[in-house]
Design a protein around this ligand. Structure first.
Ligand code: BGC
Length: 732
């Protein structure tokens, strides 16, 4: 898709590959046991052994009699979640398998392996790079560490959408655009699976709200699913070749997705050709028969009783579940064992990790994702020199923030203060507790934070923590040379304070190196190039789910069920909430454009310390669709990178279509004065919408605008292409 190759990441990928040893190269030399095929193994298994493959938590299956080890898995999308250091762990946690679930099933700890893993910037930050090579490097790094620690499966990436800024897990996802999420996700998956470690695309699908997720039905039509919410998973399957899909805990259109044959056997396997394992989230399955008929291969966590105990055995014994059905599931799971090297001893190879290289990659990824939103009077960069005074303020100055829940990586982090002290060794860096203490500084950096967010709930608002907005105004009054750095895992509400500072940087949940990366951007060692993977509105009601009163999900029973039906003893299906996706495909910038709402900062926006020009747009038809070429020049004085975005604006259509949609992008790095022709490849479906009746992608006749620029609202180049005869294509 993305023709442009980002050479710096290619070098990192090669470097990571060499230091951690690519799966195929190292392990094929000395297999520790003879190769055996999936069919050979399947033939030797008893019914009990087959059933034992079908349930697990962070350890599952294995066939000890045949020397096949159990399958080891870990969370999560932004790095490996291991147990907290002993000092932080509660005494009753970290049992043998390293995981403890509360009675209501919330997982509280990671795998009990005494090691540390690299804490990468959140995937929301990764999405802001618009850099598929960076995504591949990211997946490869986690995969390499997983191999080294003995995990065959990673539970990530998260491919749900940021439907609303208040989604609790937005930091684990990749923003509001399905193509961006899908292409970055597919690249991440390829990088990881090249290490022989299975990625898990989760949580399939329309699992956008976390509060009462087990009882919430996401209600949406097939076009909205195909064009937006299921699309990242389609790309993960077709282009990432993902080996595992994790089903969400939610219902879709009134039916638990884990028990829905149309969504699993239908959409996933028949429409998209998925040939891997469908595995449930921790509480996503309820009854064995319905799960099997739908196409669920493995259940996890609190779904033990579904496949993991006597019930399934009885169903097989009395013929309700046929041996052919059981074999189909067991075969898919064994194929996963084979892919990850468990069948022939390849998984035993545990390459060592170059921790310093991984730390450097975490730092480079973090700075590449940071988005500079405002930079009046060229406040930044501030070149380090002796005699400078920098005042730090705000709760986040000495604190590297991260999301909570299963996406949290328990690794020490470098705070903004530590990172800035290293970036400015000769400067005086102080903490200003009150605005007057910052009045004379050469630069004031207010480090803002948001209320905690993560798995299991959705925050009430997307505001900064209470009081911070007022403090930002007070510091700006005392000293206009104010930069606000926000460590955020979602679209932080900037409207109440954005006019006060001269500069604003979204640093995200930036992982272990967040402080260093902030130092790199502020000092100019790195020229910012991140772009918003979502639209930043002026108020929450600018967003569709809020405007249409569709968030939070609507209670459809007489009273809130609380945690009823969640505990082990009384687990049951319960559709208590409706999340109505009535805005349809008009989510994110698609909504802002349709409703003509002026965003505070548009989707795709991000500043640089240099300037770029875009000229000479042309399109060419080719075998894979359409090539869109323009010339990008760095017209400023610093080397920098720009993200070229290609949108398609359709003609008047027989269905309601977004004003424009992102159909391709490329990140290009240029030295001052350098220019380059950049080609973005659009796929054959780029002009199409999903046609519910034909169940295919329909391109209507008419005149389409191809718009090119650097955000959804800054599109200086455009050209038209004319379709004379309507046609269909059978995939996105
Ligand atoms: C989360 C998953 C996670 C699993 C294991 C679930 O509650 O939704 O994302 O992979 O727990 O920790």
């Amino acid at each position: 898709m993305n023709k442009l190759i980002n050479y710096s990441w290619l070098i990192s990928i090669l470097f990571l590959g060499l230091t951690s040893t690519l799966f195929s190269a190292e392990t094929e030399k000395k297999p520790s046991s003879p190769s055996r095929t999936v069919d050979e193994v399947l033939k030797q298994l008893t019914v009990d052994e087959k059933i034992a493959l079908l349930w697990g938590d962070f350890e599952s299956g294995g066939v000890p009699r045949l020397g096949i080890p159990s399958l080891m898995a870990a969370d999560g999308p932004v790095g490996i979640r291991l147990k907290k250091p002993e000092t932080q762990a509660k005494p009753d946690q970290n049992k043998k398998k390293g995981v403890t679930a509360d009675d209501d099933g919330e997982v509280t700890e990671g795998a009990a392996i005494n090691a540390t893993a690299t804490a990468l910037p959140a995937t929301l930050s990764l999405a802001a790079t618009f850099d598929v090579a960076a995504a591949e490097c990211y997946g490869q790094l986690i995969g390499a560490e997983a191999r080294a620690l003995g995990f065959q499966v990673m539970f990530g990436p998260g491919l749900n959408m940021m439907r609303d800024p208040r989604g609790g897990r937005n930091y684990e996802y990749m923003g509001e655009d399905p193509l961006l999420t899908g292409l970055m996700g597919a690249s991440y998956i390829r990088g990881m699976q090249r290490q022989g470690v299975s990625a898990t695309a989760k949580h399939y699908y329309a699992n956008e709200c976390d509060r009462q997720r087990h009882f919430t039905s996401s209600n949406l039509d097939d076009r909205t699913a195909s064009e937006i919410y299921a699309l990242p998973f389609e790309l993960a399957v077709r282009e990432g070749g993902v080996w595992i899909i994790m089903t969400g805990n939610n219902l879709v259109n009134g039916n638990y997705i884990t028990q829905n044959p149309d969504e699993l056997d239908g959409r996933l396997r028949q429409r998209w050709g998925f040939d891997g394992v469908v595995l449930t989230d921790w509480r996503a399955a309820y009854t064995p028969l319905e799960s099997i008929r739908a196409g669920t291969d493995m259940t996890t966590g609190l779904c033990k009783y579904v496949y993991g105990d006597e019930d399934l055995k009885k169903l097989v014994a009395d013929g309700t579940v046929t041996m052919a059905q059981l074999d189909t599931m067991a075969k898919r799971v064994l194929t996963l064992y084979q892919r990850t090297g468990l069948l022939d001893g390849k998984a035993a190879a545990k390459p060592s990790i170059d921790t310093a290289a991984h730390a450097a990659t975490a730092r480079a990824l973090a700075s590449e994702g940071m988005v500079l939103l405002k930079n009046e009077n060229n406040l930044l960069p501030l070149t380090p020199r002796s005699g400078l005074t920098i005042a730090l303020a705000g709760q986040g100055a000495q604190w590297a923030d991260a999301g909570t829940g299963s996406g949290r990586v328990n690794t020490p982090r470098i705070s903004p203060m530590e990172g800035l002290r290293a970036a400015y060794p000769e400067a005086t860096i102080t903490i200003a507790k009150t605005p007057d203490q910052a009045a004379k500084a050469d630069l004031v950096i207010f480090c803002a934070t948001m209320p905690p967010s993560g798995e299991g709930d959705d925050p009430e608002s997307h505001d900064l923590r209470p009081g911070q907005s007022e403090l930002i105004h007070a510091f700006a009054q005392a000293n206009p040379k104010l930069l606000v750095v926000v460590q955020n895992g979602t679209a932080a509400n900037a409207m109440p304070w954005v006019d006060a500072p001269q500069a604003v940087l979204f640093a995200w949940f930036g992982g272990q190196a967040v402080g260093q990366a902030i130092g790199d951007i502020v000092s100019g060692a790195v020229n910012p190039s991140g772009h918003l993977p979502f639209t930043l509105g002026r108020r929450i009601d600018d967003y569709p789910a809020a405007a249409l009163k569709l968030w939070p999900a609507r209670l459809i029973l007489d009273k809130d069920p609380g945690k009823a039906g969640l505990t082990k003893a009384n687990r049951r299906t319960l559709n208590a909430y409706a999340a109505d996706y009535k805005e349809g495909v008009f989510m994110g910038y698609r909504w802002f454009d349709q409703q003509k709402i002026e965003p505070l900062f548009p989707f795709g926006f991000g500043l640089s310390y240099t300037t770029f020009s875009l000229t000479d747009l042309k399109t060419t038809d080719n075998d894979q669709g359409m090539g869109v070429t323009c010339t990008v020049a760095n017209t400023g004085k610093r080397a920098g990178a720009q993200v070229i975005q290609v949108y398609v604006a359709p003609p008047k259509s027989s269905v309601d279509r977004p004003v424009r949609e992102l159909k391709g992008f490329a990140r290009v790095e240029l030295n001052p004065g350098e220019s380059r022709a950049v080609t973005v490849q659009l796929r054959p479906s780029a002009l199409a919408y999903y046609d519910i009746s034909g169940k295919n992608w329909k391109i209507e006749a008419g005149e389409y605008q191809i718009e090119v620029g650097t955000s959804s609202r800054d599109l200086p180049l455009n050209t038209k292409v004319t379709v004379t005869t309507a046609r269909t294509v059978d995939r996105y």
